[in-house]
Design a protein around this ligand. Structure first.
Ligand SMILES: NC(=O)c1ccc[n+]([C@@H]2O[C@H](COP(=O)([O-])OP(=O)(O)OC[C@H]3O[C@@H](n4cnc5c(N)ncnc54)[C@H](O)[C@@H]3O)[C@@H](O)[C@H]2O)c1
Ligand SMILES: [Zn+2]
Length: 487
């Protein structure tokens, strides 16, 4: 019963919560913690360190002089202090901290809790001979491990053994082959589900997804394939067809177009219902489904009407990409190249599964650092996009996003003075200049959301891995770069 009650309150992500690391001593929390803190742009707080600072004694001495019970009291106070602070942090708790009910409650209240995994052998290998009070005898150590493990599992919202898995979990992104078959349990909550599905995806994957949702599925809605669904009139049609109440969840199966539309409706229908994207394109899996930006297009402007609405969970199954037409798969590489340029690593060279994970983890980290695009960090994701969005708008959204991004990246790299990288991207993505009206494209740049006082603000690169945001250039230079992308 106690477990069920806790299960019901599981946190879904660390977007608006502390990220707490729990696990046995020697699990690797103190290595993982600072790395995660850096990735998420949050301070790292060790509860053990707080105890040592507060008591001006080492934990070893505290144990020896005052005993374990006194140490646990200090530890409980330090955990309450760390978890009670308003500034979101990555907080490491000691191996025994969960014995305190108050600490367990504070975690449930204000943290997304990650269990850092390690086998008893690995843990012993790290702490044997360290002089830690509870790591002197191997048999006792393993017995303690066994006793504590159920408590960790009960409290944890997710498990992770490395930074990438931890970042994905903290952003609520679940990636796994075959995860589509487990939608019933992976879609958070127990309530009803309505499915929004792209018309081209529906005959390919609809049956399997509906079967996997079982009796949680109460209705499904087919929307036009691809970009044609991202309009105000489709948004209106979808909203009028929905019958969900706030206990329900909207699940979106399709590419970035479908998830942008469904997410926008989830943000606004009944003033917001939970939603879960299940991305079926490469762009969707590496980028669009993550981070909670949702929108539809309006004449003259890309994503002009939209909302931030972080998904309850993103469920990514790389197997869904198998049915993508070759051209669609290839254009999706543009967003992978964008991510690799921002990360400063050739992520496009990785095998597909690893590529999806690495790109998704990169985007997840950026979005966790700046969930509502206010801190400036998230702006880097628009590398190449001022140009891309202008070309898409000038083509009346007939130009696929990936092809537009490929062109936009070339322009951004040229303006960055990175000729070699621009040539590499041309070789990789083979972007073809488009036939659109030059003035319409330039007018779309002016309507872009990133324009300040009439001057376009661009994302450029100092070097791969070193984005510069908010760069204002001479408008004539920007227009020339845009013109070079047009036939
Ligand atoms: N919200 C964000 O953060 C974000 C990020 C990047 C892109 N986007 C948006 O995403 C949109 C582009 O999305 P996209 O590139 O994923 O394409 P898309 O959703 O427009 O789909 C492209 C085509 O692929 C088809 N398709 C999708 N999945 C398939 C599958 N598994 N098998 C066969 N066919 C399939 C669709 O029917 C469509 O014809 C753009 O509007 C862009 O603005 C949003
Ligand atoms: Zn994009």
């Amino acid at each position: 019963m106690a477990t069920r009650a806790l299960m019901a309150t599981k946190a879904l992500s660390a977007v608006d919560r502390h990220l707490a690391l729990v696990g046995f001593m020697g699990a690797g929390k103190s290595t993982l913690g600072p790395e995660l803190a850096e990735q998420l742009g949050r301070p790292f707080v060790s509860v053990d360190d707080l105890v040592e600072q507060g008591t001006r004694t080492s934990i070893k001495e505290l144990f020896a002089e005052k005993g374990e019970a006194t140490f646990r009291d200090f530890e409980e106070q330090a955990a309450a202090f760390a978890l009670g602070r308003g500034q979101l942090a990555v907080i490491e708790l000691g191996g025994g901290a969960l014995q305190s009910e108050a600490t367990r409650n504070a975690l449930a209240e204000s943290a997304f809790t990650l269990l850092v995994r390690a086998t008893p052998e690995e843990a012993w290998g790290r702490v044997a001979g360290s002089g830690r009070p509870l790591a002197r005898d191997r048999e006792e150590f393993e017995a303690l491990y066994k006793r504590r493990r159920p408590l960790y599992e009960e409290v944890a919202d997710a498990e992770a053994g490395d930074v990438q898995t931890a970042v994905l979990a903290a952003a609520g992104v679940h990636i796994g082959e075959g995860s589509v078959g487990r939608l019933f349990e992976l879609v958070p909550g127990h309530g009803p589900v309505e499915l929004v599905v792209d018309a081209r995806v529906e005959p390919l994957h609809g049956d399997r997804v509906r079967a996997a949702l079982g009796d949680r599925l109460t209705a499904f809605h087919v929307v036009p394939a691809g970009e044609a669904s991202k309009t105000i009139s489709e948004a209106e049609r979808l909203a009028s067809a929905l019958r969900l109440d706030r206990a329900g969840t909207l699940v979106a199966l399709g590419g970035g177009s479908t998830t942008d539309l469904a997410g926008f409706i989830a943000a606004t229908y009944l003033r917001g219902v939970p939603w879960v994207p299940v991305p079926t394109t490469r762009i969707g899996q590496v980028d669009a489904a993550i981070g909670g930006k949702t929108a539809v297009e309006m004449e003259g402007g890309k994503n002009l009407v939209g909302a931030f609405h972080w998904p309850a969970r993103v469920i990514t199954d790389p197997n869904l990409l198998m049915t993508l037409p070759a051209e669609e798969f290839e254009t999706g590489l543009a967003e992978v190249v964008k991510t690799g340029l921002l990360a400063g690593e050739p992520l496009w060279e990785l095998p597909l599964g690893e590529q999806v994970r690495r790109c998704a983890a990169f985007k997840a980290a950026v979005c966790l650092r700046d969930p509502f695009d206010t801190g400036g960090d998230r702006a880097q994701l628009n590398l190449g996009h001022t140009f891309a969005h202008a070309l898409e708008a000038a083509s009346e959204f007939s130009l696929p996003h990936g092809r537009a991004v490929a062109l936009g990246l070339v322009a951004a790299l040229r303006l960055s003075g990175l000729g070699e990288e621009a040539r590499m991207v041309q070789k990789l993505l083979r972007p073809v200049p488009v036939k659109v009206d030059r003035d319409a494209a330039w007018a779309a740049v002016a309507r872009d959301k990133k324009v300040a006082e009439g001057r376009p603000r661009l994302v450029l690169l100092e070097a791969p891995g070193k984005p510069r945001i908010g760069v204002e250039l001479d408008p004539l230079e920007v227009r020339a770069a845009l013109d070079a992308l047009i036939q």
